[in-house]
Unconditional design. Structure first.
Length: 172
């Protein structure tokens, strides 16, 4: 009987000690509501992120295409200075130059719009730092292409991809 009472008392003590341990458990840390962006800010940030990713895709696709065409354009230009080429070759070369210049102008429009959106949006403004000067890089590329230096016109665009990537990695 004494053993039964001892066991009963031990069981009650274990239950009471166990329940007090639950009461002393630290509450899990919660983020304050002020640090979480409101839903419209989250939507703006998501939209901005998508637009930066789209520009990265646009610029890298253009760079891939430019790599193959630029060398041919410059080779044909050098060849045209030393000998007479067929009119069809010269016309194709001129058309390629025009397409490249138009593609750079299109990139410029997209980058300008992106820079403006990041500067003007209250929810994106704090992430605009890495984008600063992005349009200037496209302008530099355009100037090099207009000067007939199509191969060199890709270098500023590589820097642009870096700026866009830095911007994307800074977004939550």
């Amino acid at each position: 009987m004494k053993n039964a009472i001892s066991i009963l008392i031990a069981a009650v003590v274990v239950v009471l000690l166990g329940s007090s341990a639950f009461g002393q458990k630290r509450p899990t840390a919660r983020k304050p509501a002020a640090t979480q962006p409101p839903s419209n800010a989250a939507a703006d940030i998501r939209s901005g992120s998508d637009k930066v990713a789209t520009q990265i895709k646009n610029v890298t696709r253009f760079l891939y295409t430019l790599g193959g065409i630029a060398i041919r354009i410059e080779d044909l230009d050098r060849e045209a200075k030393t000998r007479t080429l067929a009119k069809a070759s010269l016309d194709a070369n001129t058309a390629n130059k025009t397409r490249i210049l138009q593609a750079i102008a299109n990139l410029k429009a997209g980058i300008q719009a992106l820079e403006i959106e990041f500067r003007m949006s209250a929810n994106l403004r704090k992430y605009a730092g890495p984008l600063e000067g992005a349009t200037l890089l496209v302008n530099e590329s355009e100037d090099l292409a207009n000067a007939g230096r199509f191969s060199d016109s890709g270098r500023p665009l590589l820097d642009l991809v870096g700026k866009l990537s830095d911007t994307l990695s800074g977004l939550p």
